[in-house]
Design a protein around this ligand. Structure first.
Ligand SMILES: [Fe+2]
Length: 123
């Protein structure tokens, strides 16, 4: 199902406020969650112009990935996003527009906060 433009705009608003208010964690700087990087840093795969972002994390009612999104790492423009329920798989698929050379992925865990991948080249 393709989300309507209203849903996409609402999702972008929710994600914008997460980026503004939540502390950002990375593999290099996991902060208070030193042993959590492996299950929280989004993994990016690129195949034939398609991007797959996966988070190797459990999806349980009390502990799950709430959002995944991907951006052009050069200009910060949003490439795709999803809002998840515990019954979903923590995977996002995105078509990569022509001209995008590098992408970065984010996710929000309901217990361990906001995480960001390294920029990944799109070849
Ligand atoms: Fe978590």
């Amino acid at each position: 199902m393709t989300p309507s433009s209203t849903e996409a705009a609402a999702l972008e608003g929710e994600i914008g406020s997460l980026e503004e208010t939540k502390k950002l964690h990375t593999a290099q700087d996991p902060g208070e969650f030193k042993d959590k990087a492996g299950s929280h840093v989004p993994k990016i795969r690129v195949k034939e112009g398609k991007l797959e972002v996966e988070v190797a994390h459990e999806m349980k009612d009390e502990h799950f990935i709430e959002y995944i999104w991907a951006k052009n790492s050069e200009d910060g423009s949003m490439l795709g996003a999803c809002k998840l329920s515990p019954s979903d798989q923590p995977i996002l698929h995105v078509d990569v527009p022509d001209g995008v050379k590098s992408v970065v992925a984010f996710e929000m865990c309901n217990q361990h906060g906001l995480w960001k991948s390294d920029p990944t080249p799109v070849c």
